[in-house]
Design a protein around this ligand. Structure first.
Ligand code: PMP
Length: 313
């Protein structure tokens, strides 16, 4: 394993410690950036790295870059190739988190525009364990912060600026001894967690907010919808959810690249269902974990290898 991490920065692979930007950088002042969070899962049985839905992450990054009027000289496939090479160079034989950041790199402040500015892209790879302990249900709080509406800032892509709200919400929740925040929309319906999409189970149906409920179009969310339909034969409904519906749901869980599938045990000090990990949540957790690591021993109805980029280190 290499002692020092490598980054992709300003068009080439360099030592992570040398990947720096100047204090005048536009994105640092105004949040004019889009990023991704991608997981590489280390499969110790097969001795290989398995990156989950790499291409889809870069497609979302490029959608964010388009909204920010960036001219990046890479396709999703090229970015995927650069990433595989970078992960190999870093040499970690453990789970990793890959963070690409596309940003307005122009060193120009007092300049409130997107056009006629330089853009750049950096990618870093860090060793990464559990973001949330998925073995137990978490305690959530409805945030006093609201999820921005798409009319205020585009919400379906991972724009850096959006994360001020997520961070305010998570800080409020953790400071009050909760694990995670659930954010409502301006109209009071449910949007998502600070860094996760939300699902609830009611009468054997899985319900999740729609794109127009301002949630991020999560790649885990998309995967769970497909797995729930194909593997568990469940009907997935995308619709508005009232806050109080969550209190009465049989199960609530959160999904995200970092959080995987995490059961919500309580919300605003009310038990969800029995308060432990629900039956459907547990089944989805087990299926999801076996899929992201490329484990074939759990029998599945469909082939999910289309989602995996596997290679040895
Ligand atoms: N919502 C927000 C606000 C997030 O930051 C994330 C994490 N990327 C998600 C949802 C889940 O998205 P994904 O499954 O693509 O990681």
């Amino acid at each position: 394993m290499t002692v020092e991490g490598m980054a992709f920065h300003q068009g080439s692979k360099i030592l992570l410690k040398d990947a720096k930007v100047g204090v005048m950088t536009h994105a640092l002042h105004y949040g004019t950036a889009a990023f991704e969070g991608i997981r590489g899962n280390w499969n110790s049985d097969n001795n290989n790295m398995v990156i989950f839905r790499l291409r889809e992450h870069y497609e979302r990054l490029l959608r964010g870059a388009k909204i920010l009027r960036m001219n990046l000289p890479y396709t999703a496939d090229e970015l995927s190739e650069i990433t595989v090479d970078l992960v190999k160079s870093n040499g970690y034989k453990q789970d990793v988190y890959i963070r690409p950041l596309a940003y307005k790199s122009h060193e120009l402040v007092a300049n409130l525009k997107l056009h006629e500015l330089d853009d750049d892209l950096s990618i870093i790879v860090i060793p990464f364990g559990a973001y949330i302990d998925n073995d137990k249900p978490i305690n959530c709080q409805t945030s006093s912060w609201r999820r921005p509406e798409d009319t205020m800032m585009p919400t379906g892509v991972k724009l850096s600026g959006l994360y001020t709200t997520s961070i305010l919400a998570k800080t409020e929740a953790v400071s009050a001894n909760f694990d995670e925040a659930i954010l409502l929309n301006f109209d009071g319906t449910v949007s998502e967690g600070s860094g996760e999409n939300l699902f609830m189970i009611k009468n054997n149906e899985i319900i999740t907010p729609t794109e127009t409920d301002n949630c991020l179009l999560g790649i885990t969310r998309d995967s769970i919808i497909e797995i729930a339909e194909k593997e568990l034969g469940l009907n997935v409904i995308e619709r508005k959810i009232h806050r109080s519906e969550l209190y009465l749901a049989e199960e609530v869980f959160l999904t995200g690249t970092a959080a995987h599938v995490t059961a919500v045990g309580t919300l605003d000090s009310r038990k969800i269902g029995t308060g432990s990990i629900g039956t459907i949540t547990k089944k989805l957790q087990d299926l999801y974990f076996s899929i992201v690591i490329g484990n074939d021993s759990v029998k599945k109805n469909a082939d999910y290898s289309k989602w995996l980029t596997s290679f040895s280190i």
